[in-house]
Design a protein around this ligand. Structure first.
Ligand code: ARG
Length: 257
């Protein structure tokens, strides 16, 4: 009888260890559930989708490297650019990684930005064969200029429309749609981030070109977290500094640009 009891105890304790091992081995470090990182993936080389449908890009590689360094587990979600900040506010996501300009008081009131990881600028983009628009001064009140919804480019396009400089600001969900409309001649120009424009042109040479001087102030892309999530912000900032110090940041720049 005693032998039986010991055997039973052994089995129960083995089962308990088994369950324990399962729960503690699932993650990539922490026992916590994966942090949800939201992006809008028509923004190469920062945020894009590969041939297999995976969300990828400079932002994703950098977040993955930082997460590994800081013992965090992350998963990516591709949503509308105008849904990124609302997703954090509704506690449906933990991090925005979307080439998002952090020098924006409206955004700063709603989310907390980490240390900027990339400096960028907006440019004016026209069809490759367009010889009449050579800069912002050539825009006229009969023209349509596009920008991606809720972005700094859309803000500039709206400002031009409000000032009567252009006829209409065309606000589109995806950068890829804007590029398509430009090729089809539906719109006259796009206001878009320079490195992203260059990435589209590199993939489809002869479709579009950058004209004139950069528009507005330089932008500083940063990752964002929910307002007041200092613990996560601290980890992102420390991880970013570590990636700069150990050369991973430069490797990713070389890989994606
Ligand atoms: N840099 C611009 C902004 O902050 C555009 C960002 C668009 N990013 C994207 N993943 N679609 O508004």
């Amino acid at each position: 009888m005693k032998k039986n009891l010991i055997a039973k105890l052994l089995i129960v304790s083995m089962m308990f260890c088994g369950v324990f091992a399962l729960t503690s081995c699932g993650g990539g470090g922490d026992d916590e559930a994966a942090l949800v990182v939201v992006t809008e993936a028509t923004f190469p080389p920062f945020d894009t989708v590969d041939d297999d449908g995976n969300i990828t890009g400079f932002d994703m590689d950098l977040i993955n490297a930082i997460a590994e360094d800081q013992g965090l587990t992350v998963e990516f979600k591709d949503i509308g650019f105008d849904s990124l900040i609302p997703a954090l506010e509704a506690d449906e996501a933990d991090i925005i990684a979307a080439g998002m300009n952090s020098d924006d008081p409206g955004r700063q009131a709603k989310v907390d930005f980490g240390t900027p990881y990339f400096e960028s600028q907006l440019v004016l983009v026209v069809a490759d064969g367009n010889n009449s628009i050579n800069g912002i001064d050539d825009l006229t009140s009969d023209m349509k200029v596009a920008g991606q919804i809720a972005t700094t480019g859309a803000e500039e396009a709206n400002a031009l429309a409000d000032a009567g400089t252009i006829g209409e600001a065309i606000i589109l969900d995806k950068v890829s749609d804007a590029m398509l409309q430009l090729q089809n001649g539906d719109i006259d120009a796009i206001i878009l981030d320079k490195p992203v424009t260059e990435s589209y042109i590199a993939k489809q040479p002869g479709t579009a070109k950058i004209v004139g001087e950069p528009i507005g102030e330089a932008e500083h892309y940063a990752f964002a977290v929910q307002k007041g999530n200092e613990e996560l912000l601290e980890k992102l900032n420390t991880g970013l500094q570590n990636m700069i110090d150990n050369g991973t940041y430069d490797d990713l720049i070389a890989k994606w640009f």
